[in-house]
Design a binder for this molecule. Structure first.
Ligand code: PLP
Length: 455
């Protein structure tokens, strides 16, 4: 078509002249130019030079059902013909939004009967924060304002999302976090667990929350937010003891628990929602990405009974919302996407087949001389690049920071037809949930080849 007839160099020049990309160093990109992705099918994407690439990152943790699903395209086209847009403000609604709200209430853990729609995960977390503050007002405890999060968390790029997140580089570029948001250390066993079993470390890391609550004063703390498994932070899988202990601490002090499921929701961990896999009962579940497999932007917050009762029965107007809350086209895409996930039993497949397959394949990578440790959960996996292996994960020698070995490795991956992301020296994947066992093996073989090239 007209777009792909433009040659790669022209596209790159136009791109660098006009398009400011998220999280990109444009000075460094300028000469090289961005890689232009033109097409997708199944687990593959193609660039403008015709290279076929295994998309190990599902776009950006979102294309759960894979590319090229024409039934989603058709559902979107039908809805655009019937009603491309109507708002859901001021006592109006639309058919796909109603159907999707009911569908999500059915898929969510028990006690989640309500959903608030947004267009992104960042807006979902902003909404969760607004709901938390409103809830405590309605409970006559307005002094409960502080939300505790974790270092290295990613909760989005709006001012509230970046504040809730624990990314130092984001905080450094503005007066962030905004007041009322505090952070504790993340439950990263490799980083902090020396001398402890994983189970002991999980309890210790949860205890950091209790200590922070006591330091701030329990009557000041409104909520705790966390991703069941930190995604953008590097697929940091907490010990099994961590989340149940966090739950006990939240219960003890009456603190609301927010499970940010923007990545972990919709099957990524082999359950519909990550909280089910990790053994917690959140009050709010922000979601996005996998709800439409990224075909159309959509996010939202599933609202548990405790908060919903206050908001619905006593809250009056909730003065919050977006033009595109409950967008009919996005909701139609989500309904078809969820139908595919259910019909193809993708969540069960991740739990029983592909998740264990990915885990075993990553475990085999751990014998590579560059790999300190490697682990996976569901369809998400990560490995650490190290200068010298050690007897335990705590005895490996890291690379000097300025070597940027992760970026070198990532470039080899790109050149050899697999997309893997580098988070410092940690290499991560989160492939489409439709990836088969044979495709996992092929991806992991390519990863091994690229590790050899990085040596
Ligand atoms: N929360 C988590 C856990 C995420 O991983 C992301 C995006 O990667 C977000 C929130 C923000 O979502 P969005 O980029 O749709 O605003």
């Amino acid at each position: 078509d007209a777009d792909t007839r433009l040659d790669t160099r022209t596209l790159q020049q136009l791109d660098s002249a006009h398009f400011l990309h998220p999280f990109t160093d444009h000075g460094a990109l300028g000469a090289k130019g961005a890689r232009v992705i033109v097409r997708g099918d199944g687990i593959h994407v193609w660039d403008s030079d015709g290279h076929k690439i295994i998309d190990g990152m599902s776009g950006l943790w979102c294309v759960n059902v894979g590319y090229g699903r024409t039934s989603i395209t058709q559902a979107v086209a039908r809805q655009m013909d019937v009603l491309p847009f109507y708002n859901s403000f001021f006592n109006t609604t639309n058919v796909p939004a109603v159907k999707l709200a009911e569908k999500l209430a059915g898929l969510a853990p028990p006690g989640f009967e309500h959903v608030f729609f947004t267009s992104s995960g960042s807006e979902a977390n902003d909404t969760a924060l607004r709901m938390v503050w409103r809830y405590w007002q309605l409970m006559d405890q307005p002094e409960r304002r502080i939300v505790i999060s974790r270092r290295n968390a990613y909760h989005g790029s709006t001012v509230a999302g970046a504040s809730l997140g624990g990314m130092a580089a984001m905080h450094a570029q503005g007066a962030l976090p905004i007041p009322g948001i505090d952070h504790i250390e993340q439950p990263n066993f490799a980083e902090h667990g020396r001398g402890l079993s994983e189970a002991e470390f999980g309890l210790l890391a949860a205890d950091w929350l209790e200590r922070k609550v006591l330091e701030l004063g329990p009557d000041k703390v409104a909520a705790f937010i966390g991703e069941p498994v930190q995604g953008a932070g590097g697929v940091i899988i907490p010990p099994q003891t961590y989340w149940p202990q966090i739950q006990r601490i939240c219960d003890k002090y009456g603190i609301l628990l927010i499970s940010d499921e923007v990545i972990c929701g919709f099957g990524r961990l082999g359950t519909w929602f990550g909280c089910e896999r990790m053994g917690m009962r959140p009050d709010l579940i922000p979601f996005a990405k996998g709800v439409t497999s990224g075909y159309v932007p959509l996010g939202g917050v599933l609202v548990g009974e405790r908060v919903a009762r206050a908001l619905v029965e006593r809250g009056g107007d909730f003065n919050h919302g977006f033009t595109y809350s409950g967008h009919p086209v996005a909701c139609a895409a989500a309904l078809e996407n969820l139908r595919i996930i259910e019909d193809e039993k993708l969540v069960e497949r991740v739990a029983r087949e592909t998740g264990p397959h990915l885990k075993a394949a990553f475990a085999r990578l751990a014998n590579h001389p560059l790999v300190g440790h490697a682990e996976a959960i569901g369809m998400a996996a990560g490995l650490n690049l190290v200068r010298r292996k050690g007897a335990t994960v705590h005895d490996c020698e890291p690379f000097a920071r300025d070597l940027a070995v992760g970026m070198v490795c990532r470039q080899h991956m790109f050149d050899n037809g697999v997309i893997m992301r580098a988070v410092g020296d940690r290499m991560i994947v989160a492939p489409p949930l439709v990836m088969t066992g044979a495709q996992i093996d092929e991806m992991v073989e390519r990863i091994r080849l690229c590790l050899d090239l990085t040596l």
